[in-house]
Design a protein around this ligand. Structure first.
Ligand code: PBG
Length: 335
């Protein structure tokens, strides 16, 4: 755009005079059809355990999860993302790829009752490992190390397990190198060549994940995730991560968190042109909820504004705990 060529009597306010006119010239729209609602599934019946740091979010047994997924779907949310809280954790994350595990069980129920709903299975080991890391660990005098290659087979096995249960999309969030290729190869060899992979390609080590770890009971027992998740300082490296995952076979790529990384949503979308997802993570949700509850900000207006900003930056898809509320608000008052 050449600003020097502007008409001298250009008055931008002419097009801001009425709501209809503003909507007519809006460059970006937020729609329920772009939203994904995450859920935390745990074994049991009629179970709704509130997550203290995420008001409005619960750990749910499959029957209750079905109820909330149905309501969200009716409000216009096309997709859900599933995280599992297993009954047993061990050093091999066995429950992550057990056919009887909580995530495959929930997938089968949702597929049966809501066949139109898109089910995205998050693939990671941290919820299922006794130590809470996203891969297999090795401990020696030098401390705890998360081993890359031995983790790949477990991630691939988990992905296949969810695809077999009926997941429409698998989404690895572990940040091990080479996981997209390992998952793609096993899915292809097993007759799931049509199951897409949504890769958490540029996932940063972030303090915004705090409330999620309460919800998923996945805080590492020792150390942190900086040895595998990205350093907040690095944008060029994020583009390399995305390039690698696309080369390994990712169908969609993600930037996570969203609001503090809008520059990367923009760059990833412009550079690669792939379907790009932004994950508005637990801490982003919690801070808006908390300030809203204190009466310090307008929660609804801020959720709408921040999610529109993610779209403006280039996100095609937004994974957000506010998806059902946003869908209802957008129906009342389209953006
Ligand atoms: C698992 C995983 C995490 C999130 C999504 N998948 C937590 C983490 O990496 O510690 C965070 C989501 C959120 O904060 O809402 N690896």
């Amino acid at each position: 755009m050449n600003v020097h060529g502007l008409f001298p009597q250009y008055r931008p306010r002419r097009l801001r005079q009425t709501p209809a006119l503003r909507r007519l010239v809006a460059e970006t729209r937020l729609s329920a059809s772009q939203l994904v609602l995450p859920f935390f599934a745990r074994a049991g019946k009629k179970l709704r355990v509130p997550v203290a740091s995420m008001p409005g979010v619960f750990q749910l047994s499959p029957d209750e999860l079905l109820r909330d997924a149905t309501a969200a779907h009716q409000a216009g949310v096309p997709a859900v993302m599933l995280f599992g809280i297993p009954e047993r954790k061990d050093e091999q994350a066995s429950e992550a790829y057990a056919k009887t595990g909580i995530v495959p069980e929930t997938i089968r129920l949702l597929k049966q009752e809501l066949p139109e709903l898109i089910i995205i299975a998050d693939v990671c080991l941290c919820e299922y490992m006794s130590h809470g890391h996203c891969g297999v660990i090795h401990q020696d005098a030098r401390g705890t190390r998360v081993l890359n290659d031995p983790s790949l087979a477990l991630l691939a096995k988990s992905s296949l397990c969810y695809a077999e249960a009926g997941a429409d999309i698998v989404a690895p969030s572990d940040m091990m190198d080479g996981r997209v290729q390992a998952i793609r190869q096993l899915l292809d060899r097993s007759g799931f060549e049509d199951t897409p992979i949504l890769s958490y390609a540029a996932k940063f080590a972030s303090a915004f994940y705090g409330p999620f770890r309460d919800a998923a009971e996945s805080t590492p027992k020792s150390g942190d995730r900086r040895g595998y998740q990205m350093d907040a300082a690095n944008a060029e490296e994020a583009l390399r991560e995305v390039a690698l995952d696309i080369r390994e076979g990712a169908d969609m790529v993600m930037v996570k968190p969203a609001l503090a990384y809008l520059d990367l949503i923009y760059r990833v979308k412009t550079e690669f042109g792939y379907p790009t997802a932004a994950y508005a993570v637990s801490g982003e949700y919690a801070q808006i909820k908390a300030a809203g509850q204190l009466g310090w900000i307008n929660e609804k207006a801020l959720f709408l504004e921040t999610h529109l900003a993610m779209r403006r930056a280039g996100a095609d898809i937004i994974i957000t705990y506010a998806a059902a509320d946003l869908a209802r608000w957008l129906k009342e008052d389209p953006a």
